[in-house]
Ligand binder design. Structure first.
Ligand code: GLU
Length: 324
């Protein structure tokens, strides 16, 4: 039986396109590998086109050596792609165009406030739990008026409406966000002269013809922000698929503090890719215990309805399975 949270109907005219979008701010780890393996297998099962898009705008956090490493890690696992688009940093013109369009329609304002000012204006404690919240009381008086040519050396924020935004997700079901209460006005452009993540992704998913976005569910609130931008720019909203994350025993997102879980480390230590994919398959509900798998086995075995709807906790046994 197909659970309700999984939509199997085709909501877009063929051909469908998805993207693998690693950020070269660090090496890919086991959690990234699971999300990418799921993304790849869902796409390959249905003959979608897979686009590789390296998201390298997050300066200065980008580590250039992890760009090639990401390609090598994916290829090692057998997670192939059909097209690679240029690095986001190669041409900022599409993002500048989108910024101007948002400026012309009065959807953004220039923000000269420091993080400290913004943090100090946060009143309700529940807002603080979700990170920095830009309170509408901080908006400059001219917020909402059209700006013909937004300066690219300033921070620009998107004015969120006091409205519920519903994110319809093929995996996570539907959720509703009132961005005016969660995070508030968010940056679309940074003072370093480039687009912020939310704008870059909304623009790129549209111009690369992406119909299906499959990624970690830590980005579910970002989907609401991206929908707000897509609506403002008249861009289509892709079908979202947000899948639970792999976490450490402390419940936090997989990171250095949980030990070295980088794919490159296992690869260089001679761990076979089949061992890693076996763990991925186990984490996707394919087997009762990890069993070596090729990418073809993983593809054949993936049943979206069997992927656990809860987070996965990385344990010492999992690492022992890899390192034997
Ligand atoms: N590049 C982002 C990351 O690695 C993913 C962005 C997205 O899928 O929209 O976290």
């Amino acid at each position: 039986m197909v659970p309700e949270r999984v939509h199997t109907d085709c909501q877009h005219a063929a051909p469908r396109r998805t993207r693998l979008a690693p950020s070269p701010t660090g090496a890919l780890h086991l959690g990234n590998a699971r999300t990418f393996a799921i993304n790849w297998a869902i796409a390959r099962k249905q003959d979608w086109t897979i686009v590789l898009r390296i998201e390298d705008l997050d300066h200065p956090r980008v580590k250039p050596e992890t760009i090639d490493q990401a390609r090598e890690d994916l290829a090692w696992l057998g997670l192939t792609w059909d097209e690679e688009v240029p690095l986001q940093s190669a041409c900022l013109q599409p993002y500048v165009g989108a910024l101007r369009q948002l400026g012309a329609s009065g959807r953004i304002f220039r923000c000269d406030r420091s993080r400290r000012d913004i943090a100090q204006a946060q009143s309700a404690p529940h807002e603080r739990e979700h990170g920095l919240h830009y309170d509408p009381s901080l908006r400059p008086d001219d917020a909402g008026t059209a700006v013909a040519a937004p300066e690219q050396s300033a921070t620009w924020r998107f004015m969120v409406a006091e409205d519920d935004i519903t994110v319809n997700d093929a995996f996570a079901g539907s959720s509703t966000f009132d961005l005016s209460r969660v995070g508030g006005d968010f940056p679309v452009w940074t003072a370093s002269g480039g687009p912020a993540y939310q704008l870059a992704v909304a623009v790129d998913d549209a111009r690369h013809g992406i119909t299906d976005v499959i990624r970690g569910d830590d980005l579910l609130p970002s989907a609401a922000r991206q929908q707000a931008i897509q609506d403002a720019l008249n861009l289509p909203t892709p079908q979202w698929w947000h899948v639970p994350l792999v976490r450490g025993a402390d419940g936090r997102r997989l990171a250095k503090r949980h030990g070295d879980t980088r794919l490159a480390t296992f690869r260089e230590a001679g761990v076979p890719a089949e061992q890693v994919l076996g763990l991925m398959g186990y984490w996707c509900g394919m087997t009762e215990a990890p069993t070596p798998m090729t990418a073809a086995d993983f593809l054949a075995g993936l049943d979206v309805t069997a992927i656990p709807s809860h987070d996965i906790t990385l344990t010492l046994e999992h690492i022992a399975w890899l390192t034997g």
